[in-house]
Ligand binder design. Structure first.
Ligand SMILES: [Zn+2]
Length: 363
């Protein structure tokens, strides 16, 4: 009986090992196994193989003894069958759970909303991006501004980026021939806020604490983050600018509104300096700034603007984004441009077709 048990236990261990793939926690079944099986489990694999091999050789000899122990073996066989059924069920449960987890996980990570400068939440702000998946990674080839992952291939990198290829209201565009009307002023409700800075591999992004809003056309949009492009992605009557800052907002229904502020070479910009001062040393690690930021100081004095419907300018290129591009530019120093240029010499998506879209502008 003892030899027979050893054979059966070897067998159960071998089958258990198969039933348990890498995704299932190995500790659980072993803990539940019998005391003798536990000892077996702790034995080196080589020894286990030998045991199995020699057991096989002795199989014919054992058949005699087996008859004697048939009843006891039957009992053991029932136990083994039960044990295997349990192991398979556990394995299936684990597989199902991990499938659910994958299904739940979004294509990209939402930007960090709450920023506590004094006490940064570690790990929570790899915010690459954003809302924008913008900045999220998809597939083997990561999207970029040149080479294999460049703008002409964004749509092919991942099916989630299809709009980059087939969308018909994409951004950026060359803003021209706008209809001059009395545009409703954008109501900016920005206040000094905690912030963190992240180099997400595509741009420098600033995640701001909750509580900054714009309202326009009866909707309230909260500021999520802002980031920079060099040179400006949008053009105005064919003209490009040194840089642009995109302030990304979202309303309660998830609709996006981006305010673009064009940056031109001139005197140093206070808010930009505050951000550059807090540039993180490493990519994808948000650095919480010790001070608050007043984003009003990043806006031009005059609040006239161009507006049109477009998209995110980074994968997944989602459309239905309300764009508001400020007409008056804001100055930024050569030194400040150069600092960004060292990190991102060119991070602008090429112009997209306007395709008959209506553009309005403050007259
Ligand atoms: Zn942008």
């Amino acid at each position: 009986m003892r030899r027979c048990s050893a054979l059966l236990i070897s067998l159960i261990l071998a089958i258990s090992a198969q039933a348990n793939d890498a995704s299932s926690p190995p500790s659980k079944p072993i803990k539940q196994a019998s005391a003798s099986a536990k000892e077996e489990a702790s034995a080196p694999k080589e020894k286990e193989k030998e045991t199995r091999k020699s057991s096989k050789e002795k199989e014919s000899k054992e058949s005699k003894d087996a008859a004697k122990d048939a009843m006891a073996a039957d009992e053991l066989a029932v136990k083994i069958a039960e044990r295997l059924a349990l192991l398979r069920k556990e394995k299936d449960d684990v597989a199902r759970a991990s499938t659910r987890a994958v299904a739940r996980s979004p294509a990209y990570v939402a930007p960090v909303r709450k920023v506590t400068p004094a006490k940064p939440k570690e790990g929570s702000e790899h915010g690459s991006s954003a809302i924008i998946a913008a900045m999220g990674g998809h597939g083997a080839v990561h999207w970029s501004y040149d080479g294999e992952g460049g703008p002409t291939n964004w749509g092919k990198l991942n099916s989630a980026n299809a709009k980059c290829d087939i969308g018909d209201r994409q951004s950026p565009i060359d803003i021209r021939d706008g209809i001059r009307v009395d545009l409703e002023p954008i109501n900016f409700d920005y206040k000094p806020s905690g912030f963190n800075v992240i180099d997400n591999g595509h741009t420098i992004q600033v995640n701001v604490a909750a509580g900054n809003y714009i309202s326009i056309m009866g909707r309230n949009y909260e500021l999520l983050q802002f980031h920079f492009h060099k040179p400006s992605e949008e053009r105005v009557n064919g003209r490009s600018f040194d840089m642009v800052v995109h302030l990304v907002h979202k309303d309660a229904d998830g609709k996006l509104a981006v305010v673009a502020v064009l940056l031109e070479r001139g005197k140093a910009q206070n808010i930009v300096q505050q951000i550059w001062n807090n540039l993180p040393l490493e990519k994808n690690l948000a650095l919480a700034a010790p001070t608050a930021i007043d984003i009003n100081q990043l806006l031009p004095e005059k609040r006239d603007y161009y507006t049109y419907m477009g998209s995110l300018t980074t994968p997944p290129c989602s459309e239905e984004v309300l764009w508001m591009v400020m007409k008056e530019t804001v100055e930024i120093s050569s030194e400040q441009i150069a600092i960004f240029g060292r990190l991102y010499p060119m991070n602008a998506r090429p112009l997209q077709k306007t395709a008959g879209r209506l553009i309005k502008e403050s007259r």
